[in-house]
Design a protein around this ligand. Structure first.
Ligand code: HEC
Length: 247
């Protein structure tokens, strides 16, 4: 068959046998060029991904928190008590500091030192550290006239915050000023703030320092119950409660 091809007779040695099959053998031995897209997935990859998916499912089941939107709420009890209870979880001191910065620093300063001759200090003040019933009243109704704080006399006008602060905020800001600047007095509870607010609700004008100094305890009798004499009744309130409570 090789003889039949004239080209071959020409170029090749007479003796040389041309085996076409042998000549093509290397070519046939070649595998087809691999094509993309149809390789079987290696077993270890299958196992790896199966493992990952399984682990993912387990992780989701274990840590999804039941897919609740409020899962990051720091107070789980509040979730079940209804949405309105949620704001209660705020730390009073954090809230108090915020309120203080927004409402008090302009006069009493962030340092709590006040402004000499104008605004009395809150840091180390006997009014802040002393009985909270005076403090609550100052915040609710304000204070005017001469007042002695840490040995210095001031005569200005402390605004009333009765309308601005609810009981929670009032308690928070008072707890903050009693705690801050190493004051270290015990906090004031919202319930206590509410009780005092109710007791003094009918009073229209700010307190005078002497009135508050005459007050010996947290007189929670509402003025309507006793004699309606909010002014000039400096020593009476204590007697009034006693009279109101014994029967
Ligand atoms: C507009 C300025 C002003 C602002 C704002 C103000 N105060 Fe006062 N505060 C005064 C003045 C003035 C006095 C002294 C009143 C007097 O002379 O009778 C005073 C007195 C006080 C006192 C009693 C005296 C003392 O130094 O301990 C307390 C407590 C107090 N303020 C707390 C607060 C708190 C808390 C806030 C913020 C919620 C606040 N004040 C906001 C001006 C201010």
């Amino acid at each position: 068959m090789a003889e039949a091809d004239p080209r071959h007779t020409h170029q090749l040695d007479q003796q040389q046998e041309i085996d076409v099959a042998a000549l093509h053998e290397p070519i046939l031995r070649e595998l087809r060029d691999p094509q993309d897209g149809h390789e079987p997935i290696p077993m270890f990859m299958l196992m790896l991904f199966a493992g990952l998916i399984f682990w993912g499912g387990y992780y989701l089941a274990a840590y999804s928190g039941g897919f609740r939107s409020d899962v990051l709420n720091p107070d789980p009890a509040a979730q079940f008590a209804g949405g309105s209870a949620a704001p209660k979880v705020v730390d009073p001191l954090v809230l108090g500091e915020k309120l203080f910065k927004a409402n008090c620093v302009s006069c009493h300063q962030a340092s709590g030192q006040g402004v000499p001759g104008q605004y009395p200090p809150l840091a180390g003040s006997e009014w802040v550290l002393g009985p909270d019933y005076r403090l609550k009243r100052i915040l609710l109704k304000g204070l005017e006239g001469p007042v002695s704080v840490k040995g210095a006399t001031y005569n200005g006008n402390m605004p009333a915050f009765e309308a601005k602060f609810n009981d929670e905020k009032l308690a928070a800001v008072l707890s903050f000023i009693r705690h801050g600047w190493e004051n270290g007095a015990p906090p004031v509870s919202p319930e206590s703030a509410a009780a005092t607010r109710a007791a003094v609700k009918d009073r229209g004008q700010p307190w005078k320092a002497e009135e508050l100094l005459a007050l010996e305890k947290d007189d929670l009798a509402t003025p309507a119950e006793g004699a309606p004499a909010p002014e000039g009744a400096k020593t009476e309130p204590a007697a009034k409660t006693e009279a109101g409570k014994t029967p």
